[in-house]
Design a protein around this ligand. Structure first.
Ligand SMILES: Cc1cc2nc3c(=O)[nH]c(=O)nc-3n(C[C@H](O)[C@H](O)[C@H](O)COP(=O)(O)OP(=O)(O)OC[C@H]3O[C@@H](n4cnc5c(N)ncnc54)[C@H](O)[C@@H]3O)c2cc1C
Length: 344
């Protein structure tokens, strides 16, 4: 098959890569291609039957993301938190109830689920995205940079690497990347790659009728955090949160039962009347998770300055949420890095 040539190739159709494509288009640049390893776009943003299995919340200080959401005409709304929330601090102790301070702004969510942002961004570049194209090697010995996937070979002037640094380190570069850069890649934990999300859909928000917000927090519990995850229209009702990683090696049925019996104790027997159940263990997904480390015990640090330095004559640009010096790891960091990459 003949080699396909482009001015820019973006590796990764997650938030960061799609933002770069959107910015290039805003500048009138159409000569680009996005190579995505998965059979879907969005990366760590994934909404299934209105449950956000990846990223969900942002705060008012995430201004770049918030401005982009406004620019794209997407709605945002506050996390529901009316009523009593529950805190379990020990498996022996009774539940503690607390009310959220109405004067403290809660986190925001994206109307239509976080995937709405991905869909809106990608609507501008659908024809320029190639799915199922896992990049295995990048060769920058010659005039053109050569990128190989299992299926095809591509050439370009510039590459934007919009994927987690640990996954960048799994790509074969020729010549090899400098040792310091390789070490920075391999040592940068992929934010949330160890998380297990869980969600239930319901016909009605039965917890609200009991003056419960749907929030339940407890690090010794089968779900460590759970929240009301009903939609912006308030006509589809859900609970969504983070499963305890201690349940990772259980069967799906076993962990679902442990979660349900725990929630039944605090929310009532209605929790069992769910219409659909969803879970996703990101540590098992090779397009997010890199190493065998299932948990991260130290707070990860992002935005290593080496990622922003001029590499390979500015022809290979390192992007993605973890490379951002501001709000690294978060959606906001992904957007900031995506905008930066398009401007180089
Ligand atoms: C469970 C979970 C909860 C989260 N919650 C929040 C939250 O509430 N708020 C928040 O701000 N952030 C949250 N995040 C983080 C947020 O999802 C990320 O900051 C953001 O989505 C990262 O975007 P990205 O484009 O940089 O990377 P990614 O989304 O990881 O995109 C990288 C893309 O590259 C692709 N790829 C990987 N390797 C290759 C290869 N070799 N060849 C081709 N393609 C490849 C991947 O398939 C992927 O599509 C959460 C993440 C998870 C997993």
């Amino acid at each position: 098959m003949p080699t396909q040539q482009y001015k820019h190739i973006i590796i990764g159709a997650g938030l960061s890569g799609l933002v770069t494509a959107y910015q290039l288009q805003k500048k009138g640049e159409q000569d680009f291609l996005i190579l995505e390893g998965r059979d879907r776009i969005g990366g760590r943003i994934l909404t299934n039957e209105s449950i956000d299995l990846g990223a969900t919340w942002f705060q008012s200080h995430h201004e770049t993301l918030s401005n982009l959401i406004d620019e794209l005409g997407i709605q945002k709304f506050q996390q529901y938190n009316t009523g009593k929330s529950i805190f379990i601090y020990s498996s022996m102790a009774p539940a503690q109830y607390f009310e959220n301070d109405p004067n403290t702004p809660s986190a925001y969510r994206i109307g239509g689920g976080s995937t709405a942002l991905i869909k809106r961004l990608a609507s501008h570049s659908l024809k320029q995205i190639k799915l199922n194209q896992q990049v295995n090697s990048i060769d920058y010995n010659n005039e053109f940079i050569t990128i190989k996937t299992a299926q095809a070979t591509f050439q370009c002037d510039k590459v934007i690497m919009a994927l987690p640094p640990q996954l960048m380190s799994g790509i074969t570069f020729s010549p090899e990347v400098p040792t310091l850069l390789y070490e920075a890649m391999i040592n940068t934990h992929t934010w949330m790659s160890n998380a297990i999300k869980v969600g239930f859909n319901y016909r009605s928000p039965f917890w609200r009728d009991k003056n419960l917000s749907g929030t339940i927090i407890g690090h010794v519990s089968p779900v460590i955090e759970l929240y009301d995850h009903s939609n912006i229209e308030d006509n589809s009702y859900s609970l969504m949160g983070f499963m305890n990683e201690g349940l990772r090696d259980d069967t799906t049925d076993d962990r679902k039962e442990r979660i349900l019996s725990y929630l039944e104790k605090h929310f009532g027997s209605e929790v069992r009347n769910y219409t659909s159940y969803h879970e996703k263990d990101w540590s098992l997904d090779p397009f997010t998770s890199f190493d065998k480390l299932k948990s991260v015990y130290i707070s990860p640090r992002y935005g290593n300055p080496i990622f922003q330095q001029d590499h390979f004559n500015k022809r290979i640009i390192l992007s993605g949420a973890e490379t951002s010096s501001s709000h690294g790891g978060y959606m906001d960091g992904a957007v900031i890095s995506g905008i930066r990459a398009a401007g180089i």
